[in-house]
Ligand binder design. Structure first.
Ligand code: C5P
Length: 412
């Protein structure tokens, strides 16, 4: 069983970590300045190596100022020290961003012809590559083969994104969002115990219950908690089907599937389709309890109407229905309560035959629904209660992920 990192450590995971950034000569270099700036804000200790060509795009001085750190360019500028060996043993993580086809080719073949390639050859800890280049250069079989070779050699590769490139071409080769790069760097310091490809269903977001063709009943669920759980479980080896109502979020790219739904009935159908074969169901979605009895097929007119009553009927309680067919699956529910949090959550746990219920207090404005933060209690089927202090939804997802992996590993 892996001990979970405390929130204070998780929140400051890059503080005082030694990170070496290798910068090569691609136009995406200007985006790396912003990555460096974020790393400084996270409290990391930085050192930067620039290849000779990269200095034709951005000066050494710019990186020194933004990174507030030493920038190295020349293996022969130091008389008394050997920079590539000292730099490679100093760093906890090495990130090459942007990584050009040329540098990728060199490191895939063990070249050591500049300070960066020399340092890479001597580096033995976690290494991250962020390729960014013109689509045709990226899709050249030689480049793809070199990247594949580096992946097999243990490099963490961030796939470039598709879109409009600096040269005007459209295709794969764009430097990814720095937020993603930062997350991959942080993940190097977060050890996660894993399962072996177990299927999991996660539901997220609100549901929409249509009144007519343009109006619906819904709730302000942002989907953040469910999306964070889906991502966390995918990082821990689950094959995740994320079934979600409408949100503004982008699902994590390494999910097995993303299923977009609107109504509670649709969500129920999609969960049911997959439930028999799943190992885990996490119902994070804020499913509407009621829906209009009739969905009008035209827009309701306000003329001649002083009042309008809409008859509502009950939606299926997905978890309750699931409890009737549940076998070995682990089922986790959420309870959003405004009063008697523990009492109500325990009642739900029993009624819906849950293994774990995650309860939060929705009467508070600083946590829950649309917030990035939450404060929850875990209530287990054996009566045990655990409190998680106010923390980010990512952290809560990380703690839930850790618990679930423990449960599965104990079962095997
Ligand atoms: O009973 P209550 O709706 O508060 O329970 C919340 C839990 O039940 C959540 O996990 C939610 O996703 C799930 N739920 C459901 N079907 C509904 C309403 C809520 O499965 N119709």
């Amino acid at each position: 069983m892996k001990k979970v990192l405390p929130w204070e450590t998780f929140k400051n995971i890059l503080k005082d970590k030694n990170i070496l950034i290798g910068v090569t000569g691609g136009i995406a270099i200007y985006k790396v300045l912003s990555l460096v700036s974020s790393l400084v804000k996270e409290g990391a200790n930085l050192k930067i190596i620039m290849t000779p060509d990269s200095q034709k795009f951005v000066s050494k001085m710019t990186f020194t100022s933004v990174g507030n750190c030493e920038v190295f360019t020349d293996p022969f500028e130091f008389e008394a020290s050997i920079p590539h060996t000292t730099l490679s043993s100093w760093a906890d993580v090495l990130v090459i961003a942007p990584a050009t086809a040329n540098t990728i080719a060199k490191i895939a073949n063990g070249f050591a012809d500049n300070l960066l390639t020399m340092t890479v050859l001597a580096f033995q800890k976690k290494k991250i590559l962020v390729p960014a280049m013109n689509t045709r250069m990226y899709e050249n079989p030689a480049t793809l083969e070199n990247i594949e070779k580096l992946r097999k050699l243990g490099w963490i590769i961030l796939e470039p994104e598709e879109g409009r490139l600096a040269c005007g071409d459209i295709g794969k080769g764009r430097y990814p969002e720095n937020e993603k790069v930062l997350e991959v760097i942080k993940d190097c310091f977060i050890e996660r115990e894993k399962v072996d490809n177990l299927p999991a269903i996660v539901t997220a977001g609100p549901t929409l219950e249509w009144i007519d063709t343009v109006r619906y009943i819904s709730n302000p669920s942002s989907g953040k908690m469910g999306f964070a759980i889906a991502k966390e479980l995918a990082k821990r080896g689950f094959e995740v089907s994320l079934i979600s109502g409408p949100t503004h979020l982008t699902p994590y790219e390494n999910l097995k599937e993303f299923v977009s739904i609107e109504t509670a009935d649709e969500m129920y159908r999609e969960v049911l389709k997959r439930f028999e074969k799943t190992s885990l169901l996490v119902m994070t979605a804020a499913v509407a309890d009621f829906k209009p009895a009739v969905r009008q097929t035209h827009k309701l007119k306000k003329e001649n109407l002083e009042e309008l009553s809409i008859k509502l009927v009950k939606n299926p309680d997905i978890l309750k229905e699931i409890s009737k067919i549940k076998k070995e699956q682990i089922v986790v529910g959420f309870a959003a309560e405004s009063e008697d949090l523990l009492k109500n959550a325990k009642k739900k746990l029993e009624e819906k035959k849950l293994d774990l219920i995650v309860a939060n207090d929705i009467s508070r404005k600083d946590i829950g629904f649309s917030s990035d933060y939450n404060e929850v209690k875990f209530i287990y089927s054996n009566g045990k209660v655990e409190e998680i202090e106010r923390s980010s939804k990512e952290y809560i997802a990380y703690v839930i992920g850790n618990k679930l992996v423990d449960i599965f590993n104990a079962k095997l």
